[in-house]
Write a protein that binds this ligand. Structure first.
Ligand SMILES: [Zn+2]
Length: 93
């Protein structure tokens, strides 16, 4: 269990949130031009790092808003919480 600081509500237990998978996945600019393999890559292929990861989270049992988190997947340390649409911050190793 760890704390996530919702940018709208403040720090809450992780159990109040839903994980929304990897952040900053851009929708293809021209979807009609993609091959099946490129669609599969866009829909299903995600990073699974042992280390820092940019993720989307939803405060499902709170304000229900989405935001981004930079979280270490081993230690669960959170270095940044920022709003959707904001660029990912640089994370020092
Ligand atoms: Zn919230």
């Amino acid at each position: 269990m760890f704390l996530i600081s919702c940018p709208f509500c403040g720090p809450r237990e992780e159990s109040e949130f839903s994980y929304g998978h990897e952040g900053h996945i851009a929708r293809p600019a021209d979807p009609d031009s993609l091959s099946d393999a490129e669609w599969a890559d866009y829909l299903f292929m995600r990073k699974n790092p042992k280390g820092w990861h940019y993720e989307r989270w939803n405060h499902a049992r709170g304000c229900r808003r989405w935001f981004n988190v930079a979280r270490h997947t081993v230690t669960h340390e959170i270095r940044a919480v920022y709003k959707m649409g904001d660029p990912p911050p640089a994370i020092e190793p």
